[in-house]
Design a protein around this ligand. Sequence first.
Ligand code: HEC
Length: 114
Amino acid sequence: MFTMKNSTKFTLPSALFCLAAAFSYAAPASENWDTLCAKCHGAEGKGQTKIGKKLKVKDYTDAKVQAALKDEEMVKATSDGVTDNGKEKMKAYKGELSAAEITDLVAHIRKFKS
Ligand code: HEC
């Protein structure tokens, strides 16, 4: 017999599980971008932030910049980070992002092209 009490018992753990899954395993690319990448690359991908300007990040709304970038290079840069003469310019994200999240972020960057 399903009373209100019973159904609460069954749905609460599954609701919590869904929340945990949504927040800790696969955040959407737009969310990862805003929390992890935007401080340097800018919310719109232009790189016009204080750190972005200092590090001279590329403008991802520029079609020429986009055309010069290969998907594999972007995945590699995000996974392994970017160094310049041994100096870290961007850290590696493979520890905190899954391969799928990184591929999604690359697709997200592609959408900045105007
Ligand atoms: C501390 C600042 C900083 C943060 C945070 C950062 N980046 Fe970068 N990123 C750089 C710099 C500096 C470069 C090298 C200059 C360039 O290519 O624009 C770079 C390069 C890249 C490249 C390679 C472009 C190429 O030329 O091959 C990609 C792709 C990229 N970043 C994606 C991301 C993603 C995705 C995130 C978030 C998960 C992120 N970045 C977070 C600073 C940052």
